[in-house]
Design a protein around this ligand. Sequence first.
Ligand code: ARG
Length: 283
Amino acid sequence: MIRTDEQPATRPERRPTGRSVLMCRPEYFTVVYRINPWMNPAQPTDTGRALAQWQVLYDTYVGLGYDVQLIEPIDGLPDMVYAANGGFVIDGIAYGARFTHPERQAEGPAYMRWFREAGLDVRVPAEINEGEGDFLLVGDAILAGTGFRSDSRSHEELAAIFGREVVSLRLVNPSFYHLDTAVAVLDDTPGREHIAYLPSAFDEASVAVLQARFPDAVIVNEADAAVLGLNSFSDGYNVVIASRAKDFERQLLDHGYHPIGVDLSELLLGGGGVKCATLELRR
Ligand code: ARG
């Protein structure tokens, strides 16, 4: 088949790097409150199906050779499955989460307890932040979202704790309320930084910043973003994505990646996907 659409002139060789992640089984997953537009408590959820779909993601990571750690789910915290929100971990330091909504606030201390027991240096947050949902490490810099959840003051706290450049980005579409629903980090290796994103999820100034920093970024279409296609997890070569994000899948292939589709339709009812269910542990 001849492809007529644009392809990168020189396609860099993609290399997977080993990953260590934290996940939480959706044992108590359901939708009983509404804190994002995806959630509708009137629509039934199927916890059994959520567990089965989550298991496929877990098995995929294990199959890719990742070190997968588990945190014990807590009854009454239905969103705990979205482990990405539990904190932000780099260089053995875990910056804890402080949730925006009271419904999720108890998750912060639960995750910090796990980090402590895992021997990480835990920093209790002063500012509202939802961990890796809004903070993404790309190269040596941290992309940090604000607008719906994490307070921009948490970006300063982040910079002070990690001593890294923090790039603030403002989200403007309530359906893409966390940074990890609008940006996918495809290669986080310093010098090889590569991302995908949805421009319409950001204000103009933030789009300008993204364009300047990542001129070769993959621009994802609205349809793929609307199935949380960007909410994916990459090891630099393998990219685990929502199986329904078909154009994104093709774009990834064109850029030399190996997309692996998974179906997390139940977790989508809570407004989350692959990345939301995954917290990277950089120890
Ligand atoms: N129901 C959860 C919330 O609204 C979903 C969190 C999704 N997590 C993520 N990293 N985007 O807080």
